[in-house]
Design a protein around this ligand. Structure first.
Ligand SMILES: [Zn+2]
Length: 231
């Protein structure tokens, strides 16, 4: 967190504002920082990928605004905070598998090469690395295994419905084979999930490579309603 003088100067000179509430100043304001870290990880209902999916926070309010800002070029610095939230989601996901957490292997969703070039940063890989460091800091051995890659181009997901998104992504990812495969509970990680179709494709690709994931974890998820509550 920047000090109050740097904060005020940046607010005046650069027009900087808190990404959570737009209050002028550098960085996240104290109120938003407190809100951001006050999370309770939750299991996403009806995951479509066959393994449990855990989110640190809902994709709403301050969390949504911070994830959106992080994905824009100017919000790169939010990676440190959001990576810590991801670590919370990973821990909850690993506990949910019931497997003893001897070690964790975080497999980040691959970013599009174009967005990495534009942002000058691989946002998901960065979050995975921060999460692994955070976990190591609390005594949980975690490594990052960036093995997923885009196997083909896909249509823009924005215009598609839930089934259309799933169909559009089948075969979109491939997992690089590993010689030995690191020991530990493998968790696919991403910044956010809405329909779950990207995580489902990642799990499919990992299973096809003979190294299935045990769970998925994200910083934020759209709270999904069960079919019964929707009706
Ligand atoms: Zn704020």
């Amino acid at each position: 967190m920047p000090g109050p003088f740097v904060d005020a100067a940046a607010g005046l000179l650069l027009g900087a504002a808190c990404p959570g509430c737009r209050t002028p100043g550098a960085g996240l304001c104290a109120a938003c920082a407190a809100l951001l870290s006050g999370v309770e990880p939750f299991a996403v209902a009806d995951p479509t990928c066959g393994v449990p999916v855990w989110a640190a926070a809902p994709y709403a309010d301050v969390w949504r605004r911070c994830v959106v800002a992080y994905k824009e070029r100017t919000g790169w610095w939010l990676g440190a905070l959001l990576g810590e939230l991801l670590a919370l989601g990973v821990l909850a996901a690993a506990r949910g598998t019931g497997v003893p957490i001897a070690g964790l292997v975080l497999v980040p969703m691959p970013s599009q090469a174009r967005s990495v070039r534009e942002r000058g940063l691989d946002t998901t890989l960065t979050l995975a690395r921060v999460a692994a460091r955070t976990l190591a800091g609390v005594g949980v051995r975690a490594s990052v295994e960036p093995r997923l890659r885009h196997a083909r181009r896909v249509a823009d997901q924005a215009s598609l419905g839930e089934q259309g998104r799933r169909d559009n992504l089948v075969g979109a990812l491939a997992a690089r084979p590993v010689g030995e495969g690191r020991a530990g509970v493998r968790v696919v990680v991403d910044d956010l999930t809405t329909t779950g179709s990207s995580l489902a494709e990642a799990c499919r690709a990992l299973a096809a490579a003979g190294t299935p994931a045990s769970a998925c974890a994200v910083v934020a998820a759209t709270p999904r309603r069960s079919p019964a509550s929707r009706a």
